[in-house]
Design a protein around this ligand. Structure first.
Ligand SMILES: NC(=O)c1ccc[n+]([C@@H]2O[C@H](COP(=O)([O-])OP(=O)(O)OC[C@H]3O[C@@H](n4cnc5c(N)ncnc54)[C@H](OP(=O)(O)O)[C@@H]3O)[C@@H](O)[C@H]2O)c1
Length: 334
């Protein structure tokens, strides 16, 4: 039985993780932390959740666990990762702290010096479908961002096959839980309900360098990228509509075959049949990324849907843990 600890359990991703691990037959939750709810049960905040006792982060018994999940804000996660690694505990970090390989790029986009730059080179970027060979050996996983997961899983098959012939435009929409539990004016019910808002469009969102890093990791001459996120008036789910200019001569059925072959043995990526477009309803409350394909005047239009809290966060984190510890990839996730 794997002994696991969760930091940041009162947050949205921490709560989803607690639910998954609570029903995972190979995992025991040894501790779950929350600063604001220490001494209480998780059910005091989430009545439907497992009735886990919550403890202060400083009281976490790191000596008693095999793995910790960091469901914390960026910059607060890295110091906890260092402490856990020093005690021989494996780390799956859901924050952005170990996703970008370059500490200067991290500082530029996240506004603080990296708290542990010497660990960046060893962290495995845990886009599971493309990292499965590295996961069993690693002690540190940088779980990908939610938008990057939806964009990279959709784009990488044509990128790796060298079929992209120009700039990629990713037009992405997220439910409000993507912004976390702390209320802000922009995520207030009255601002969001009945509204639909673009934000940080073009090349100004923090997930842009993460997606670009992914494109350049898997192709030596990556295409340009425009990435425009939007806030949807729904609690959860991401839908990315991605426009990819394709080299001449490719038909939609050849492209679909490429996607079907690429993801043939991947249990959590589902390619839709001809004519079907991905929607939030295809993916919400599942760990699946669901991808639809359409070819219009030389442009492949991909629709890619995930649940931001599952395949975009806690679900992918457990998928990564399963492979790190030699368990079945789908354990706890179906
Ligand atoms: N939401 C998503 O869709 C999503 C998807 C992918 C990745 N992520 C990333 O995953 C991480 C967690 O996201 P989330 O949406 O779960 O956030 P959240 O709902 O805001 O929860 C984060 C939790 O961390 C704790 N916390 C906050 N500040 C802290 C600090 N300074 N020190 C220690 N603990 C602190 C808080 O709990 P207490 O105050 O009770 O301790 C809070 O409930 C973030 O880095 C986020 O960017 C989020």
């Amino acid at each position: 039985m794997i002994q696991a600890g969760i930091f940041g359990t009162s947050g949205y991703t921490g709560y989803e993780l607690a639910k998954i691990l609570d029903r995972h037959s190979e995992v025991a939750i040894r501790f779950a932390t929350s600063r604001s709810l220490a001494g209480k049960l998780l059910t005091s905040l989430y009545p439907a959740g497992p009735d886990l006792p919550l403890i202060r982060p400083v009281d976490a018994p790191l000596d008693e666990v095999d793995v910790v999940f960091l469901c914390l804000p960026h910059a607060t996660a890295a110091p906890v990762a260092v402490e856990a690694l020093n005690k021989g505990v494996r780390v799956i970090d859901l924050s952005a702290d170990f996703r970008l390989k370059d500490a200067d790029v991290y500082a530029q986009w996240y506004g603080n010096q990296h708290p542990a730059p010497s660990l960046l080179s060893e962290a495995v970027y845990g886009l599971t479908e493309y990292a499965r060979d590295e996961l069993p050996q690693t002690r540190l996983v940088a779980n990908p961002g939610c938008y990057p997961t939806s964009v990279l899983l959709a784009v990488l098959p044509v990128l790796q096959a060298d079929l992209v012939d120009g700039k990629i435009i990713a037009d992405s929409k997220s439910g409000v839980s993507g912004a976390g539990r702390t209320p802000k004016t922009s995520t207030h019910f009255v601002q969001v309900d009945g509204n639909f808002s673009p934000y940080k469009i073009g090349r100004s969102h923090r997930h842009l360098p993460e997606i670009e890093q992914g494109l350049s990791h898997w192709h030596q001459n990556p295409p340009g990228l425009i990435f425009s996120p939007h806030l949807l008036p729904v609690p959860r789910g991401i839908l990315s509509t991605i426009y990819v200019p394709i080299k001449d001569g490719w038909t939609i059925s050849e492209l679909r075959d490429l996607y079907l072959q690429t993801y043939e043995n991947q249990p959590f990526v589902h390619i839709l049949p001809d004519g079907e477009l991905a929607t939030l309803a295809h993916a919400n409350y599942t760990n699946h990324c669901v991808i639809g394909l359409n070819l219009t005047i030389g442009t492949l239009i991909l629709t890619s849907a995930i649940d931001n809290l599952l395949k975009g966060a806690a679900g992918q984190a457990v998928q990564n843990m399963n492979l790190m510890f030699g368990l079945g990839e789908t354990a706890g996730l179906l």
